[in-house]
Ligand binder design. Sequence first.
Ligand SMILES: Cc1ncc(C[n+]2csc(CCOP(=O)(O)OP(=O)(O)O)c2C)c(N)n1
Length: 575
Amino acid sequence: MGTRTLTADTTAEAYLELLKDRGIDVFLGNAGTDFASLVEAFARFEAEGRAAPRPLLVPHEFVAVSMAHGYYAAGGKPAAVMVHVNVGTGNASTAIITAARANVPVLMSAGRTPVTEEGLPGARDLHIHWAQESFDQAAMLREYVKWDYELRTPVQLESVVDRALELMLAEPRGPVYLTLPREVLATSPGAMTITSPARRHSRSERFPDPARIEEAARLLARAEHPVVLVSAAGIDPRAVTGLVALAEAGGLGVIEADPIYMNFPHGHDLHLGYNQSGTTNPSLAEADALLVIEADVPWYPALQKPRPDAPVIHLGADPFFSRYPMRSYLCDVPIAATPGAALPLLAEAVRRHTDRSDVRRRSERIAAEHRARRAAWEQTALRQADKATIGFAWASRCIGEVLDEETVVVNEYPLDRRLAAFDRPGSYFASPHSSGLGFGLGAALGVKLARPQAAVIATVGDGAYFFGQPLSCLFTQRAHGLPVLTVIFNNQQWEAVKSGALAVHPKGVAKDRNRFPLSELTPSPRFEEMAKTVDGHGERVERPGDLPAALKRGLAAVREGRPAVLNVLCQRAVS
Ligand SMILES: Cc1ncc(C[n+]2csc(CCOP(=O)(O)OP(=O)(O)O)c2C)c(N)n1
C-alpha cells in the first residue's frame, strides 16, 4: 500500500497535487480573489515543472461546467471546475442541473469569501468579502449535486477530496460541490502524507437480477412486435455493442427516443427511427412488448401510449429516475443495472428463448420498414434542395454528408438525426433532457478537449447560440487551441416558444394574427462576424446549394486550428 509525501507550501498546492494524483487532469477555472493561492500554486508548478492538472481559464462559468460535461461524455474522465464564491456558483447552476440530469460527474468547486474580518492571512480586504458571503452557499446547488461539503482544515484534505470523488463516480454518477475558503487555501498544510494510489474506489458495475432477465427475455421472445426505446445508453460503447447483439438475437426494432448519444447505428436494418421533440414513432402503436433502456421519456403519454396489454420493461442504472419528482410510466419488469453489463446477458437469454424462424420473420419486416422510412426521410431532404430558403432537413442532410471517422457532432436541437447517419459510438452528443439552453457550445469544447484529433461540429439554433455565451466560447477555442465548427440553424426566432403557444392555444389570437410576441429574434445579428474577433472563419449561408461547400470550408478552417462559425439562414419547413 503506497503513500506519498506532498511538499506543498499552501493547502492550494496540496489540493492540486492531490487532484493530479487522483487522475484529474483538467482544471477549468473562472477565478476571483478567492483563487489567490491557486493562482500562486499553478505559477509554482509551471516554474518548477511539477505535475498538476492543466489550468484552463474559461470566461463564463456556464461554459466551464458545460465543457466538463462534454469532456466526460466524450472521454470518460471527470474534470474539476472551480468558480468564484456564490456569484460564480449562480452562473454555473444551469449547467450543473444539466450534468445532474445526465448523470455526468463533475468535481464542482467554489471559493468562499474569507470568514475573518482581520488577523489571518487571506482575511477580508475588499467590499465584496462582506457582500458575497452566504448563509449556506451550497444550498443553491444542493438539489442537483450528490454531495456538498466545505474544506474547513487542511488536515481533512485527503479525506474530503476522496469522499467527493468516490460519490461523484458511484452509480448513478453526478456532480458534487466542494467549497474552499480562502484562508484554508492559503494556510500551510505542514507535512502531508497521502495514500497513493488512492484506495477509495467506487466504480462498480451493477449486474441485473437474473430472474428479471429471464422474465424480460421471455416477454420479448414471444412478442410479435417487440420494440426497444433508448435515449442515453450509448455513453458507454459496450452498451451499443450489447444492444446490437440483443436486437439481432430477438429481431427487435430499435427506436432512439430523443437520443442524447449514438445508441444504435442509424444504418442498422433494425433501426426504426426516432421519437423526437414531441413526436410519435409509428412503431410505438403496434408494439406488443417494450424494452425501455436509459430513457426518462420513452414516449409522450399525451400523444400516444403503447397498447395497454403490452408489457413494459425498464432497464437502467436507475430505471425509476429517482430524482425526478414525478414520472408515471408503467413498469412490469424493472431491471436496475448498468446497460453495458446487462445487455449482453439479456441478449444471451433472448437468444435462448427465441425461435430462429421468428427472429428471421420479424427482422425482415423491420428491415423493410427501416428502408422505407429512410427513403421517405431522404425524399423530404431532397425536396428542399432547390428551394429559395434552406430547410432544416436539407441542412441536416448536408451535415450528414460531411461526417467521417474523425467527426463528432454536438447537437443542441436543430440537427435532424433522420438525415445525418451516426453509426459509431461516441460520434454524437445532444443536449440532455433538462435542456438548460446554451449547453451545446461549451460541451463541444469539452469534446474537443477530450478528443484533440476529432473534428467537432456544434449544431445549435440561433436561440441556443445566444444562451451559450458565444464570445466566451470563441475566446476559449483560440486561447486553448480547441477549434470547433459551429453551425447556427438561424430561423430568427425561438420556434420552440412559438410552437408551445400554438400547442396550448391552437385557435388563439397569436395564431390568427401570426404574431408571437416574446419569440422573435429579429433583427438577427451577423453572428458570422463574431468569428473574426478571434481570427476565425465566419460565413453567412443563405442558399441550399451553397451549404455543402461552406461546410467544407468551415471544416478546413478548424483543421487549420481556427474557430469557424457558419450562420445558416434557414427554416424548419420551407415551401
Ligand atoms: C436557460 C433556458 N432558458 C429558456 C429556455 C426555454 N426555451 C426552450 S427552447 C427555446 C428557444 C430555442 O431557440 P433556438 O435555439 O433558436 O431553437 P428553435 O426553438 O428556434 O428551434 C427556449 C427559449 C430553456 N430551455 N433554457
